[in-house]
Design a protein around this ligand. Structure first.
Ligand code: ATP
Length: 332
């Protein structure tokens, strides 16, 4: 497995609850894995953990392995090498990644590309005039072109794992589609894995092989993209689908009531209970844990009990079992 995050909990001083709690997530070679959720759910913190980049003063439990290396144990030169060569992160704002006074060519060669490779990379990400772009500075290119440059820069070091954090969210839909295609091709031709972070569940479902849904620092559902889209099991996933518009389908948008919790909010039971239209009294005291069935996991007491709301009936053909506990240790 290229990226393997096991039961990761990240706590920072001053926060009433962990930033991440019991997060488990894998990305295999050549795979595109999605990470979705509202703002503050912990998506970026999860991706940064793969870079060994955690908030100052953070304490951790659990493991993060990339290509076999125990990332949280890397220090000094090993950590620098890991960030420079094994993993590459692409952010939403390309201008933040580029030095405004340096030429595009310098940006690529600083990342290990020769001049010929830099030309090939710019062509590979769909830029029209690579030779000219090499001599240009960031202010001479549009936002969409700069994002392609940043992707070329991420590929220059031939990383094993690409982390795309809302990498296409600021772009118009045509440019977004082209960049997603370039990322997929880059991944296929290089056998890299891609962790794709977005707040757009429809985009994740269309683009990824598997999707993790995060809420309040936890992975509340993990399924194949198709299963997540056609038969969401967690009420939060269903809420995300119901409040995002789709082309060609007319359905009234139904926002999820309430707000995502902040780091000062603590929970006595399921973190989603206050916003959940399907909650029962016991959900207020139910300690969340992941239940697994047929390669998927979900953290919902009703699903764990088999007491499914009608819309989640497609979830499991056999009773789910707790992922982290012995079979039989069922929910309250
Ligand atoms: N360095 C830090 N120190 C303290 N808290 C942090 C730090 N970085 C992130 N957080 C907090 O951790 C929580 C998760 O943040 P994170 O950026 O991972 O969420 P996200 O899902 O990526 O959100 P967004 O979509 O807005 O980027 C938030 O409440 C955030 O304020």
């Amino acid at each position: 497995m290229l990226l393997s995050i096991e039961d990761l909990t990240v706590t920072v001083p001053g926060a009433a609850r962990p930033l991440l709690e019991s997060v488990s997530l894998n990305v295999a070679e050549g795979e595109v894995v999605g990470l979705v959720g509202e703002s503050g759910s912990g998506k970026s913190t999860t991706a940064k953990a793969a870079l060994g980049l955690l908030p100052t003063g953070a304490t951790t439990k659990g493991t993060v392995r990339v290509d076999g290396s125990d990332v949280l144990a890397l220090r000094g030169e090993q950590l620098r090498q890991h960030r420079a060569a094994t993993v590459a992160m692409i952010h939403q704002d390309p201008r933040a990644a580029l030095n405004p006074v340096r030429r595009i060519g310098d940006f690529l060669t600083e990342r290990g590309a020769t001049k010929d490779e830099a030309l090939d990379l710019l062509a590979a990400v769909g830029l029209p005039d690579p030779a000219r772009h090499l001599r240009q500075r960031p202010h001479e290119l549009s936002g969409g072109m700069l994002q392609r440059v940043v992707i070329a820069g991420a590929l220059a070091s031939r990383p094993r794992l690409l982390l795309a954090d809302e990498a296409t969210s600021a772009l118009d839909v045509t440019t977004q589609a082209e960049i997603l295609t370039q990322l997929r091709e880059a991944r296929e031709s290089r056998g890299a894995g891609l962790l794709f972070i977005t707040h757009d569940l429809h985009l994740a479902a269309a683009y990824c092989d598997r999707v993790h849904v995060m809420y309040a620092g936890r992975v509340v559902e993990h399924r194949t993209a198709n299963a997540l889209f056609t038969a969401p099991a967690h009420p939060y996933t269903r809420g995300l689908l119901a409040c995002s518009p789709t082309l060609g389908e007319s359905h009234p948008l139904a926002p999820i009531p309430g707000k995502p919790p902040s780091l000062s909010d603590t929970f006595t039971g399921c973190p989603f209970v206050e916003r959940c239209g399907d909650a029962e009294a016991d959900c207020h005291t139910w300690q969340p844990k992941a239940y697994a069935s047929e390669g998927a996991t979900v953290e919902c007491r009703r699903v764990a009990l088999g007491n499914l709301p009608p819309w989640a009936a497609g979830w499991a053909r056999r009773p789910p079992v707790p992922r982290n506990e012995k079979e039989g240790a069922g929910p309250k």
